[in-house]
Design a protein around this ligand. Sequence first.
Ligand code: 9D3
Length: 364
Amino acid sequence: MNYHVLTLFPEMIEQGLHTSILGRAMEKGLINLEAVDIRDYTEDKHRKVDDYPYGGGAGMVMQAEPVFRACEDVQRRIEGEKARVIYVTPQGKTFDQALAQELAREKDLILLCGHYEGIDERVLEEVVTDYVSIGDYVLTGGELPAMVMIDAISRLVPGVLSNEVSAEFETFHDNLLEYPQYSRPEVWRGKAVPPVLLCGNHDRIEDWRREQSILRTRKRRPDLYESYETAQMASISDKKLSKNRLKLIIADKSALTGAEEGCPERPWAGEFLELIRELDLKLVLLPEEDPKRFCKIMERERVGRREALVFTTTVEGVLAAREERLRTVYLPEDETASEPKELIYYRRISDLLEAMAVLRKLAQ
Ligand code: 9D3
């Protein structure tokens, strides 16, 4: 990737990007950065590049000709097709990971940085292919935005990151934020690492991390969560026909409502029921615990072991489902109820919202 940054402050670009990962990528020749001083292309004897705006108003406007000549010079030196010219401006489309990925596939990129009150519109009309902003806040110039974009794009260029696959499968992949991370010590200032991470069961760990990602995204980035849900729903309808896909939910009555008459409904119960409907799952409610029931229900509904999921509120229910080797989610009646040791291999999900996350994953 070859970057050509057109700017009045070339030293700002040259200083900032030669450290650490990008410095190494430049040494390896994976990326190449050239700061082009627009002032070198003025024909004015005082190297002037700006003038007063027609129609009046505060400040100065960058003149068209030096910008045009600087851009032409770069395009002339580039091999092959003309490069995209990105004008970094608060009036552009907001830069995001998708645009970074798109731009990472280019061989050359010309980034045009404005200063003062902007650049003469006529040269922009002639040379610019993309108008890009980095977010809705006001900076003093386009140099930092150009550097931000170069940083985000460069790490997507093959070979720049040591762990090549990592760039794709991280934040924003799947529209989900990353799960929380922990390292030694196991207890820090009285705060323990979540026990699931120490259990050694990698399926459980993976499930837990996925849940955490979903819950965290929902809480911190409701906007991303919405895209995630939409994408998820689309992919689910594609996969409806696949084998072993979840088809049936068997649940204690009290798993989805209050345990007894007069007991308050579980939070999210309505949403959970709606999800079951959306995913086109059959729901069978158990009036009371009856271990032999599971088999009969599955026979009657003609579903296999891998196509059913049990939601139960009691330890007896978990043990009975385990006997049948059914996938089970444990929803304790009482958050504070102590968990018998033999439950260690079952998900303890005390909130239906988390159960929904599991359900979404299984229904894919
Ligand atoms: C001082 C002129 N302003 C009129 C009220 C408009 C203006 C022009 C240029 C404000 C800031 C800038 C300098 N910023 C950029 O060139 C810029 C930018 C930004 O300020 N925020 C987010 N993304 C970008 S990309 C380029």
